[in-house]
Structures are given as C-alpha cells and as structure tokens.
Design a protein around this ligand. Structure first.
Ligand code: HAS
Ligand code: CU
Length: 541
C-alpha cells in the first residue's frame, strides 16, 4: 500500500476498533468480579447491566464493524491494485459510524440503555441508543457499497479473469451483511425507535425477536469471514507454503454467506412465537452452515501440512513441528483452530433442537460465543493487526516476542474463562444475571468455577494491554526509511483455470438467497400481520 491516504483510512478504522476493544476488556474484568459475588462492595445490578451492555456493544458491533471496514479497504486496494473508490464517501461513512457509536455510548454509560447487546424488547433503551446503532449500520452499508462497486469495476476492467480470492471473500461478506442487517434495521426502524420515543404504546416482542433472529446468525459470520479470509489468503504464505485449494475457499465463502441467512431460528428454539416445523427447518440449515467451517478446517490444515513438508517435516505428524510457530500469523491460526474445535462442538450442541433446552439461557451460551468469537475469531483480528500495522505505519513491529506472548496468553486466558462457563451452564447457572449469590446448595457448586473465570479474565486483560502497548509503540517508533514490506497473498498450489461464473460472481447467489429467505422467513414474519397479537408495554430505565 503505497498511498498514504489509503493507509490512513484503514488505520483510522483499525484504531477505533482496538480502542473499543480495550475499553470493553476492562469492563469484562469488572463483570467477572461483580458476578462472582466475592467482593460485596462491587455488587450493583445497575452498574453491572450498564457495563455488560456496553461491553457487548463495543465487542460485537464496534470492534467488529470497524475492523471489518479497515481490513476491507486494505484488501480492496492491495489485492485489486487499484485506489479506493470514492475516498470522501469512505471517510463520510467512517465519521457517520463513529458519531453513531458516540451517540449510543451516552445512554449506555449513563444506564439508560442497559438492554444488553441483543436489545430484546420489551426492555427498552433511550432512543439515542437505537439511533446511534442505526448510524453505525448505515456507515457499514456505505462500506459494503464501496466494496461491491470496486468488485464490479475490477470485473469490468478485467473480463474473463478471476477476482482475487481475498476480494471475493470481502465482497461476499459485504453481500452477506447487506442481507443480514435488513432484519434488525426493520426491527429498529419500525418497532424500537417509535416505541422508545413513545409514539406507540406497545411492542410485539415475538415479531421483534423474529426480525432480530434474521440478523443474529449471519452477523456472527460477518465477524468470522475476515478471520477465515486471513486463514486462506495470508496463512499459507506466512507458513512458507501454498493454499491447498482456491476453489474450495471460494465455495466455503459462498456457502457461509448463503446458508448463514435462512437459519436464525436456532436462537428461538425455546421461544413460543414460531411453530416447531419452522424451527426444525432452520435447524437443518444450521447443520449445513457448519460444513464450510469443516471445509475451511480441512483446507487450512492441508495448507499448513504443505508448508510443514516443504520445510522438511516427515511422517504423519512431523510437519507440525516444522511449522514456523514463532510467526504470529501461523501461531494464531493454530490457536484459533484449537479453539474452533471446542467452540464449534458447543455450537453443534446448541443447534441440536433437543439439547438446546439443556443449555439455552445458561452460562454455557456466553461460554460458546466467547470461545468461538472472542477466541477463534478475534485472535485472527490480532494476527491481522500484527501483520498490517507495520505495513500501514511503514515501521517494523515494536516487539515480535511480545506479540507471541500476547497470543499465547489470549489463548490460555480464553480457555480458562470459557471452560468454567460451559460447566456452570450445565450446573444450571443462568446467563444475563448480575449475581450468583443465591445462598443455596446448588450455587455452592458454582464457587470454584467463579474463581477460575476471574483468573481467566485477569489473564485476558493483561493480554489485551500487551496488544495495545505493542501497537502504540509501533506507531510511535521512529520512522524507518528502510521499511519496504508489503502485503503478500498466498498462491494456490495448483494454478486456477478460468472459474465458472458462480465461483467468480455474486449475482446468482443473491437470487438463491432471496428464494431461501422468502421460504424461511416469509410466513414466519407475515403471520404476525394475519393474527391478533397483544403487544407489551415498556420495561426500562
Ligand atoms: Fe454460535 C449462540 C450455533 C458458530 C457466535 N453463537 C451464539 C451466540 C453468539 C454466537 C454470539 O444453534 C449468542 C447469541 C445470543 O446472545 O443469544 N454457532 C452455532 C453453530 C455454529 C456456531 C452450529 N457462533 C458461531 C460462530 C460465532 C458464534 C462462528 C461467532 C463468530 N450458536 C449456535 C446456537 C446458538 C448460538 C444454536 C443459540 C444458543 C441459545 O440457545 O441461545 C457452527 O458454525 C460451528 C461449526 C464449527 C465446527 C467446528 C469444526 C472444527 C474445525 C477445527 C479443526 C481443527 C483441528 C485442529 C482438527 C463444527 C474445523 C488442528 C490443529 C493443528 C495443530 C493444526
Ligand atoms: Cu446463530
């Protein structure tokens, strides 16, 4: 990336992302301490719910959206080798989204939006929260438009050629997000904003939860796709080898994007507003969307094996030892995959209709998503940060060994934090509660796990501080005239021929999505308008 203006655009997004991240990490540590009930002076449901709502919003919406936008701009300009289309518009999106975050932060921090990151009604927040969140989403829509315009322009300028894999994945994610965010946009515009402003007296939580479910599953893949992009386009090269299959990677991104959408009812298995046949349909789709992850696991490990063998690894597992474990990208992918085994296993338990009853609304669920989101996904955000920062600031990374220590401690901390949550869930501990001190025999069995999670939280906070310290020091270090590193994309081991349109284009897949969405959400949403429903009045601050 030679253009300073483009580097500044990407870096500004990434800084907002990681600033949100570190603030949220401090809140997370407070929350484990408060929830454990071990320090009575800290007990305060009001502060706890304000904190956990802010923590969730910062991690799930601000870290992710800004990271994805910054990473997307970097990929678009370097893989397509063309300048960002309409930079003033890109900056406009940045400021709009940032303004939205500040607007939402005011009610969040003053306890007027303690609605958690899923903001399910009838609990209601101050209108500024919903309006701020809307502006963040509108900013991300502009980013999606820029990505899709650049994708289309490149295809026009290079007829018959394959779009670079990194850009194909980024464009698929932009398409996914435009479809995914429509559900929550309808909920916020037509239900939550009018309700929070007092224009209507009641709200239908069933409809709201259905619309949120439309967004809730694909949003997690919106967060995940950048991590998988790094798996496919950076890791093989960093490991010293080749990508096992470019076509398989494209197929995985398409299936992820298409099948993430029509399956959100696995979040509503225990809800009354949808009939069980619909839930079963979405349940089956949920198992389909696990497939591209299995394909990804296979392709990435095969790519690592190629690298390990090229580096002299012999025998069935000898190649693992020869991998460059001290390369932060390679170490991250190994740790990420290890967390994916257990996080994905938890996901399969959640998705199994009958077993969901056992874990729904228990501490198991935050255990699942901290492992697979904050673990598998976010560790790859760190890997990308360590890789991109030097290129964006044109200076070497301040400390490579500190980066490795940070990645290991994040992995260890996340394992120590989430294992007890899985166990606590099975021991019946609810999620979304501010205290666990119920003074009965059951909760006594929770105690050791509470201690463990505090330890995990402390390790994670230390690890997060190391990341930010390293990035700040890199940014502030003296300018290096000799720095020449550029982004290197992995090559596939077999040369890719001319790809069929469906592996090089998204138009066809939009049509497939439209049909699948009409089937899986059409009647379940329309039914609310055919029947007599009785809304709920507000619960709130
Ligand atoms: Fe999930 C709830 C089902 C993946 C995030 N999930 C959540 C929530 C979040 C979330 C945030 O069906 C909470 C929402 C809320 O607040 O209410 N999830 C799944 C399934 C998958 C899955 C089936 N989730 C994710 C990802 C997330 C995420 C990814 C974020 C990034 N999830 C659910 C369900 C619920 C849910 C229910 C609702 C629960 C409830 O009742 O509320 C799948 O996509 C997972 C597929 C993955 C696998 C793992 C394969 C393993 C591989 C690793 C291979 C590596 C090896 C090691 C062998 C099947 C590929 C190699 C080693 C070397 C050394 C080289
Ligand atoms: Cu889901």
């Amino acid at each position: 990336m030679n253009d300073a203006a483009e580097r500044k655009l990407a870096l500004s997004h990434l800084w907002v992302a990681f600033a949100a991240f570190i603030v949220a990490c401090f809140m997370g540590e407070y929350q484990v301490l408060e929830r454990s009930g071990l320090i009575p002076a800290l007990e305060s449901p009001t502060v706890y719910f304000a904190s956990v709502s802010t923590h969730g919003v910062l991690m799930a919406f601000v870290l992710t959206t800004f990271f994805i936008m910054g990473f997307g701009y970097t990929i678009a300009s370097t893989s397509l080798k063309q300048p960002i289309w309409n930079k003033p518009l890109a900056w406009g999106a940045f400021w709009l989204a940032l303004f939205g975050v500040v607007l939402a932060a005011i009610p969040l921090l003053t306890g007027k939006a303690s609605v958690l990151y899923t903001f399910y009604p009838p609990i209601v927040a101050h209108a500024a929260f919903y309006i701020g969140a809307t502006l963040l989403v509108v900013g991300s829509w502009i980013w999606c438009t820029i990505m899709l315009v650049m994708f289309t322009q490149w295809k026009k300028a290079n007829p018959g050629q394959n779009v670079p894999l990194a850009m194909f994945a980024t464009a698929a994610n932009a398409m996914l997000w435009l479809w995914a965010s429509a559900g929550v946009a309808l909920e916020v515009l037509f239900q939550l904003i009018p309700f929070s402003l007092g224009w209507v007296d009641d709200i239908d939580p069933g409809l709201a939860r259905t619309l949120f479910a439309w967004t809730l599953h694909p949003i997690v893949y919106f967060w995940l796709i950048p991590a998988y992009t790094a798996f496919y386009v950076f890791v093989p090269k960093q490991a010293g080898g080749f990508l096992f299959s470019d076509e398989m990677a494209r197929m995985a991104f398409i299936v992820l994007a298409v099948f993430a959408l029509p399956i959100g009812f696995h979040h509503l298995y225990m809800d009354p507003e949808q009939a069980k046949g619909w839930k079963l349909l979405h349940g089956v789709g949920t198992f389909v969307v696990a497939l591209p992850t299995l394909v990804t696991g296979f392709t990435v490990i095969a790519s690592l094996e190629i690298a390990g063998r090229l580096r002299g690894g012999k025998g069935l597992f000898g190649w693992i030892g020869t991998l460059p474990w001290t390369n932060s990208m390679v170490l991250s992918v190994i740790l990420s995959l290890l967390m994916l085994i257990f996080g994905g296993f938890g996901g399969i338990v959640n998705a199994s209709y009958a077993m969901n009853a056992m874990i729904h609304n228990t501490a198991w669920v935050p255990g699942h998503f901290h492992l697979i989101f904050a673990g598998t996904t976010v560790i790859m955000y760190f890997a990308v940060a360590y890789y991109l920062w030097p290129i964006l600031v044109r200076k070497p990374l301040f400390s490579k060994s500190m980066a490795l220590l940070q990645l290991w401690t994040w992995f260890i901390g996340m394992s120590i934090l989430t294992t007890p949550w899985h166990v606590l869930g099975l021991l019946g501990q609810p999620r979304r509660i501010s205290t666990v001190v119920y003074n009965n025999l059951l909760t006594l069995s929770w105690k050791p796990y509470e201690l463990m999670m505090i330890l995990g939280g402390m390790i994670l906070l230390g690890s997060a501080c190391l990341l930010i310290y390293n990035l700040v020091k890199t940014q502030l270090s003296p300018y290096s005239e000799t720095f020449t590193e550029e982004i290197e994309y992995a090559e596939p081991i077999h040369k890719v021929g001319v790809l069929p349109g469906y592996l090089n284009n998204l138009l066809f897949w939009n049509k497939v999505i439209a049909v699948l969405m009409a089937i899986s959400f059409g009647f379940p949403i329309l039914q609310f308008f055919f029947m007599n429903t009785f809304g709920s009045s507000a619960w709130g601050y």
